[in-house]
Ligand binder design. Structure first.
Ligand code: MG
Length: 374
């Protein structure tokens, strides 16, 4: 397998290494070990109960952050394999990319960021890195999962310059304005392919979107027509799925073709060439335009749908209330966070809240604010 990879693929035997030295893994590569540590982490299991768009208890069939992460990994691996890059590194990055997400999706992140504004803010990317570097407590010799530089760098998708300066090696590329390796670039776009498509699917399943509305969106309409030509009488869930699977196929195929063409044009020979060049993993112009249209549609019609807004509004209150209650009385924090709070109270509170699942946050809110606890 390794012999088939291109010379500018990440190479696990040339990794910039782990923060704490460890013996080389046996029977698996450094990046495969990273992936295995991520899957065995507590934060990874919590993703099952964290919201993507729909709050976890609203229905059993909607995507959660766990199934989202698995879809991203599957798409990312296909692209990496086709481009003969390191599939395992892409898999590790995709599985870890959302580990730092708060409960209640983007609303949760925005609410926690607003509460943390005076104390350095809160950013889920940075938090994903903090989970794998510090917060997971499972190993005798170190805090965190002690992942390789390349996986950690890929997890940190974007980062403000002032934060980058405090992050050492993984912050460097933001200061030098360089790119990460192609495996990390793939993870970003696999994320986008996964959420645009599963949000269409979940939006239809929930009844917040309908087919008529969606057929105003070019990329959806084009693929729905392809399905109807092939199966003139198809309807309901089958029509939705046949359309969505064709959209995913088009996006993945376009990404592979267009990226391969970029790579041919720019002719990188080493990973360092990739870092200095413009991003090479990209969609074609047409698909980029169509994706932007779909994104705008989802923003207007799904993410700002009044039923989603009601849930978001409640979620915002839960997060804000919890933060304020713990700030006023850090003694209410569980013991393991109290010791952390002695160094930096707001950050310890943010770590505690960010780690909560949707339902845990709701229960914790009830525990702190409901008077009639039986
Ligand atoms: Mg994601």
């Amino acid at each position: 397998m390794a012999a088939d990879k291109v010379p500018y693929a990440a190479n696990p035997t040339n990794s910039r290494g782990r923060r704490f030295r460890e013996p080389a893994p046996r029977g698996r590569s450094e990046y495969q070990r990273d992936r295995d540590r991520i899957i065995h982490s507590t934060a990874f299991r919590r993703l099952e109960y964290k919201t993507q768009v729909f709050v976890n208890h609203e229905g059993d069939l909607f995507r959660t952050r766990l199934t989202h992460s698995l879809e991203v990994a599957q798409i990312g691996r296909s692209v990496a394999r086709h481009l003969r890059l390191d599939e395992d590194l892409t898999e590790a990055i995709t599985l870890a990319h959302d580990l730092g997400h708060t409960p209640f999706g983007h609303t949760g992140q925005d609410a926690l960021n607003a509460s943390m504004k005076p104390y350095g803010g809160f950013e889920h990317n940075l938090q994903s890195l903090r989970v794998v570097d510090v917060l997971e407590q499972r190993y005798g010799a170190f805090d965190g999962l002690n992942l390789t530089f390349e996986t950690r760098e890929g997890i940190l998708k974007h980062c403000a310059l002032k934060n980058a300066r405090t992050l050492g090696d993984v912050g460097e590329r933001f200061i030098k304005r360089q790119r990460p390796g192609l495996e990390a670039q793939i993870a970003n776009l696999a994320d986008e392919i996964a959420y645009n498509n599963h949000d269409v699917d979940d939006g239809l399943r929930s009844g917040l979107l309908d087919m008529e509305q969606l057929s105003t969106v070019a990329i959806f309409r084009r693929h729905m027509r392809m399905v109807l030509r092939e199966f003139p009488r198809i309807e309901g869930r089958r029509l939705v799925h046949e359309t969505v699977r064709r959209m995913i196929d088009t996006l993945v195929t376009d990404l592979i073709r267009h990226s391969a063409a970029n790579i041919r044009t720019l002719g990188p020979e080493t990973v360092d060439d990739i870092r200095r060049a413009p991003p090479m993993i990209r969609f074609s112009e047409r698909i980029q335009r169509e994706q932007a249209e779909l994104k705008r549609f989802l923003h207007t019609n799904l993410y700002r749908h009044y039923r989603v807004s009601r849930m978001s509004s409640k979620a915002r209150r839960v997060i804000t209330d919890l933060f304020q209650a713990f700030m006023a009385e850090p003694g209410l924090l569980p013991p393991e966070f109290q010791s952390r709070a002695q160094e930096d109270t707001p950050r310890a509170i943010a770590d505690y809240i960010a780690g909560m699942t949707d339902r845990y946050a709701i229960v914790e809110h009830r525990r702190l604010f409901a008077i009639d606890v039986s």
